[in-house]
Each structure stands twice: as C-alpha cells, then as structure tokens.
Write a protein that binds this ligand. Structure first.
Ligand SMILES: Cc1cc2nc3c(=O)[nH]c(=O)nc-3n(C[C@H](O)[C@H](O)[C@H](O)COP(=O)(O)OP(=O)(O)OC[C@H]3O[C@@H](n4cnc5c(N)ncnc54)[C@H](O)[C@@H]3O)c2cc1C
Length: 440
C-alpha cells in the first residue's frame, strides 16, 4: 500500500456508504472548504478478510462502482485514491504525510464503524487534522427521533409519527456536491485489481438504480407479490449510497406514502442499532435468548439450498443464491420458517443472509430476523407462526414465483416437507412458551 504525498495542502473525502458524486453531504462540505479535495476509498481488510466466498457479489459491486468513480474523477480533472488495507492505518499515514488538513466523511452507525471512527478521529487530531462527519445515510440521525422523555423509541408506529413531526427542511435538503467537482485535486492515481485482494468477479449483478414512478404508484397494491416487480429493488443502492436517501424520500412523499413508510423502517432500525448495539448479536428482549434452539445441520443445509419441501420457502432461498436478492414477503416467510418451524437460532439464519444478500445491511437484517424470531423490538409475537402454505396461496396463488425458482416443483423430484406444519407449529409455541415462562 503506498500513500500519496501532496505538495500543497489538501482535504480528504473518505467514501464509505455514500458512493456517489451527487447530493453527498460530506463531499459537498469538503468541496466547498476552500482546499483541493482528494476523494478516497479503502477496501477495508478488516471486513474483506471475514468474507469466505472469493466470488462475493458485494465485492464485485463495490469494485465496479469504485472503478466508475475513479474514471469520473479523472473526467473532472481529479483522481480517486483507492487502496486495500486497514483504514485506521491509511488515515494515520496520510496524517503524518504533512499536507492533509482535514478529513470529511458521512456517518456510519454500525458498532464496528463507530469504534473505527473514534480511533481515526483521535489519531487525526493528534496530528492537527480535523475529522468532520455528516448525516447522510439516513434522513434523521440516531438520537434525533426520541420520545419526549429523551429515551429511544422501541415501537415503530410512534417512532414514525415522531419522525414526521420532527422532519425539517434541513433533513431533506440536497447537498449540490456535483456542482463543485472543479475543486477536486489535480493528480493521478492507480486502481486496485479485484484479484490482488483475493477476489474474483461474481456473475451476480445488481439492478440499475432506477426510481420508477410506475412502481411507486402501484407499490401499495403489488408490494407483497413476489412474482412481479412490485417493489423498487433499490435496497443495494441505499445500502452503498449509490442513491441518495433524500432523493428516495422525496419520491416517497410525492408518489407513495406506503413506500416512504418503508424508508422510515430503515431509519428506525438504524436508530435501534445505535441505541441498543447489544441487539446486533443478542436478543433485543433478553429472555428470548433462553429459547433452546435445536441443532440440526441437515435441516439447516436443506433450508439454505431451498430443499425444504415448502415451495415458497424453497423459491425464496433459491432466488437468494441465484441473485443476491429475496423479496421482502418471502424473507419474512423463510425467516419465520427457520426460527419457528425448524427452531433454529435466528443468528445462523441472519449470518446466511449476511453472506448472500447484495443489500445486506446489519441493522435491517438483524431487525428483520429478530422480528421473525419474536425476540426483537416491535416483533411478531412468538405464537404467530406463519403458515408457509397459506402464505403461498395468498401471495403466489398461480405459483408463478415458485415455478420460476423451483422448476422441479410438482414432479417426483421435489422433496417431501422436512417437517410437518402442524407438529412444527405446536412445537415452536410450546418451546417458546416454556422458555419464556421459566424466565419470568
Ligand atoms: C429477515 C429479513 C431480513 C432483511 N434483511 C435486510 C437487509 O439486510 N438489508 C435491507 O436493506 N433490508 C433488509 N430487509 C428488509 C426488506 O426485505 C428489504 O429492504 C427489501 O426487500 C428490499 O427490496 P426493495 O429495495 O425492492 O424494497 P422496497 O419495498 O422498494 O422498499 C424501499 C426501501 O425501503 C427499505 N426497506 C424496505 N423494507 C424494509 C424493512 N422491513 N426494514 C428496513 N428497511 C426496509 C429498503 O432500503 C428498501 O430498498 C430484511 C427483511 C427481513 C424480513
């Protein structure tokens, strides 16, 4: 890893979850700081070294996006500094190199990121380099939407009401960073090949970042139908910031209140993660950690492969493996099936999703899983056990989604159910009930 040296003072914009030139708060502040800007991206070894799959689709997505930003920086007379390493070390090295006056970046609320950023800030300040952070990944930052008594909300509906009441023009204001790209520092940089980091190109690609008015107009009616494109498919772009959350929310206000509510769920889970970081690993409601989860490698494997004998579950799991995406309704069904029908620990299912979802977002993923397990804030009650067959009849009546992903469904090659629904439902209710009543 070689650190660039500069002849005159510069400021850094550190790209993380905000991989775009337009409407980018921290980038805008850097570009209007009066000093030339060096944009930077670090392929973080601490994160990449934990990925088992050399074909990880997220790494390909990131790499493509960084290459594009690098090209576009060149078109504006600048360059993007890209490296592979530990960001704490990279920034410390840049600070000692002498010409960096400040680092600008957008906030990241994951526990790992908070620890990292606290360390970066302390290191930079030791060298007299300022560290400026901005709210950009969410509309209202953790800490901004609180109960009147100053404590965090743990139930969505009152959170959402307060979110609306609190909302200011400032929360929604665009930052016209794209109009100031003439302030990029004029120098050159080189790329980091995917292979040099131990990865290969994945065949899985993300959908384009298109905010379709047509999809939003029909969203309330079609959002639960997995066989049609009734949802925006923007999750990967909101995750990596290839679309601005403010642009998305403005479209929600204009075209679909229901869709806007989903964006508020996203804010809600970020607030929960920030206020209750323990819940990223443990049950939000501690007594749910007393549920005696089963250990069953065969059932786990058959769930991951989409071979449970429950067609909607299998279709969802195969869609995930093939595309890195799964429809929200189906995510709810497969997660419920995992925790309730199979009585497997939600953490194992959450990790499987984390390894395969292109849109993997810790806060939303854990939120969705703990909702399904019943252990989360504002979760489904433990005795609500989705029936995967009636969910199929309700949301994929003509089997269009099932036929797309499970071609052998309806033939002798399709497996029999791995658990009987009636037995599994009762087993889940009895097991949860016994564990929860022993805890109280
Ligand atoms: C078990 C489980 C795991 C999940 N894991 C993730 C995850 O890792 N990353 C992720 O972004 N979403 C996750 N979700 C939420 C949701 O399923 C996806 O955001 C959605 O399916 C993405 O498709 P879309 O972009 O077409 O969504 P749309 O329906 O078009 O919604 C627009 C945007 O709102 C946000 N959103 C929608 N639903 C939710 C929700 N329930 N919670 C939080 N944000 C939401 C997303 O950013 C989404 O792109 C999970 C849900 C469940 C039940």
């Amino acid at each position: 890893m070689s650190i660039p040296s500069f002849d005159s003072p510069v400021v850094i914009h550190w790209f993380r979850r905000d991989l775009r030139w337009q409407d980018n708060r921290a980038l805008h502040a850097a570009l209007t700081s009066g000093l030339p800007v060096v944009p930077m991206f670090v392929f973080d070894k601490n994160i990449l070294d934990r990925l088992d799959n050399p074909n990880d689709a997220r790494v390909t997505f990131l790499h493509d996006r960084i290459s594009q930003l690098q090209k576009e920086a060149g078109e504006h007379g600048g360059a993007l500094f890209v490296t592979h390493g530990d960001p704490i070390q990279v920034l410390a090295d840049l600070a000692v190199s002498g010409q960096v006056r400040a680092v600008y970046t957008n906030e990241d609320y994951e526990p790992y990121a908070l620890t990292r950023d606290a360390r970066v800030k302390a290191d930079l300040e030791q060298h007299g380099v300022a560290f400026h952070t901005f709210t950009d990944h969410v509309i209202q930052a953790p800490g901004e939407v609180m109960k009147p008594d100053g404590t965090p909300y743990t139930v969505f509906t009152p959170f959402s009401k307060r979110w609306h009441l609190n909302l200011t023009a400032e929360n929604m204001a665009s930052a016209p960073s794209e109009s100031h790209l003439g302030s990029l520092h004029n120098w050159t940089s080189s790329a980091v090949p995917l292979e040099s980091m131990g990865f290969e190109r994945s065949s899985i690609s993300a959908p384009e970042a298109v905010l379709s008015k047509d999809v939003l107009a029909k969203y309330a009616d079609l959002r639960d139908v997995p066989s049609v494109q009734g949802t925006s498919r923007l999750s990967v772009h909101l995750r990596f910031g290839t679309m601005s959350i403010r642009e998305a929310a403005k479209a929600g206000f204009k075209h679909s209140e229901k869709w806007l509510t989903e964006l508020i769920w996203r804010d809600f889970y970020q607030h929960i993660m920030h206020a209750f970081p323990h819940s990223m690993k443990d049950a939000f409601r501690p007594k749910y950690d007393l549920v005696p989860w089963r250990h069953d490698d065969e059932h786990f494997e058959r769930w991951t492969q989409g071979k449970t004998g429950y067609p909607l579950v299998d279709a969802g799991m195969r869609e995930l493996l093939a595309t890195g995406f799964m429809h929200n309704r189906v995510r709810m069904v497969v997660a419920s099936f995992f925790c309730k029908h199979l009585l497997l620990d939600w953490r194992l299912g959450e990790r499987h999703f984390a390894a395969h979802l292109l849109d993997f977002e810790l806060a939303s993923n854990v939120g969705g899983w703990q909702w399904a397990a019943g252990s989360g804030c504002d979760a489904a009650p433990y005795f609500r056990v989705f029936n995967p067959t009636s969910q199929l009849q309700k949301f994929d009546r003509k089997y269009a989604y099932v036929k797309q992903w499970v071609p052998e469904w309806g033939t002798a090659a399709y497996p029999a159910p791995i658990v009987d629904h009636k037995m599994a439902r009762q087993r889940a209710i009895d097991t949860y009930k016994a564990a929860l009543s022993a805890a109280s």
